[in-house]
Write a protein of this length. Structure first.
Ligand code: ZN
Ligand code: ZN
Length: 220
């Protein structure tokens, strides 16, 4: 009876996960990290580089941390996080995120979910990740940004339309003057949403806006 209740299928392979986690031990090893990060801005790279193509386009954000490649079990994990969070989502996030490099922020905040999407979704993965980092590092979690513009889903748009789509989409909810902020999202594709959020925070007086996303970046 108890076994039935706690029976958990691994998100990676579909077999029973016996480590009381949504991803079994074998599949945990299939979750691949980016081998390098740009020495200047932190953007993931397949080679060791001092500057990268993202350095010049990141005008408002400071350092970025994207530990995992978007492939394998991590893809499913992002999709399922809203459901599994009730049971063991918190533990897997704690396990996946190395918070040693994420110390010293005044506030951990997340990219706001689209308000129409929020109704359909139980959980916004970025919020869970931000709260997980806050609890591990002892920093404060706070909602600093709100969406003011109804934007089209970014994935439906061509690369050049994406920055325009999110332009002016966010507003500040509280005073951020002088704050050192870690802005969190679950996945980063082109980075235009992150850049617009960072612009809003910096223009409102934030001193540092670093960015953390669980996965994203180049898949090469
Ligand atoms: Zn598995
Ligand atoms: Zn760079």
């Amino acid at each position: 009876m108890l076994n039935e209740i706690f029976y958990q299928k691994c998100l990676g392979c579909g077999l029973r996960s016996d480590n009381n986690s949504p991803v079994c031990i074998d599949c945990m090893q299939d979750i691949e990290k980016h081998p390098y990060a740009c020495e200047s801005c932190g953007y993931p790279s397949s080679l060791q580089v001092k500057i990268c193509g993202k350095c010049s386009s990141a005008i408002f954000r400071d350092r970025i941390f994207i530990p995992y490649k978007y492939q394998g079990p991590i893809k499913k994990l992002i999709k399922e996080i809203k459901f599994l969070y009730r049971a063991s989502g918190r533990s897997i996030l704690h396990e996946l995120i190395d918070t040693n490099t994420l110390i010293g922020y005044d506030v951990i905040t997340d990219v706001p979910s689209h308000f129409t999407r929020k109704i359909r979704r139980l959980k916004h993965p970025a919020t869970d990740i931000a709260k997980s980092i806050a609890s591990s590092t002892g920093a404060r979690y706070d909602v600093l940004l709100a969406r003011v513009k109804k934007t089209e889903y970014q994935y439906k748009l061509k690369r050049r339309q994406r920055a325009f789509n999110v332009k002016g989409a966010f507003t500040i909810k509280t005073d951020v003057t002088g704050l050192k902020i870690l802005l969190v999202d679950d996945i980063i594709t082109t980075g235009s949403t992150i850049e617009e959020c960072s612009r809003t925070l910096k223009r409102s007086g934030a001193s540092i806006v670093d960015v953390f996303a669980l996965t994203g970046g180049s898949t090469k």
